[in-house]
Design a binder for this molecule. Structure first.
Ligand SMILES: [Zn+2]
Ligand SMILES: [Zn+2]
Length: 93
């Protein structure tokens, strides 16, 4: 339960695994493609993480756009798409 809570609290941190020889958590900064909405971390090498979304040049794996990204902020700054929006939607039904 503690792990799940931590993942919820740390949405700006990649929870993927590093690929290649040694298995370890990525914990990298997560970015979102502003062109297609894909999210994931950025690695210096291609396919270095199970949840990598951007190359070192910030090219999106999903749509191929380059430089169309924004860093996902931590809880404090991520008020744009806050969980409260989802809760409000659920309450109206
Ligand atoms: Zn990652
Ligand atoms: Zn994209």
């Amino acid at each position: 339960m503690a792990t799940y809570q931590k993942l919820k609290d740390d949405m700006s941190v990649c929870d993927g695994d590093r690929i290649g020889g040694y298995a370890m958590a990525c914990r990298g900064q997560v970015y979102r493609c502003t062109a297609c909405g894909a999210t994931g971390c950025r690695q210096a090498k291609d396919h270095a993480c199970t949840k990598q979304a951007f190359t070192v040049a910030f090219k999106c794996y999903a749509c191929g756009a380059t430089g169309q990204y924004e860093a996902l902020a931590s809880n404090h700054a991520a008020s744009k798409s806050a969980p409260s929006t989802t809760e409000r939607l659920a309450n109206t039904d």
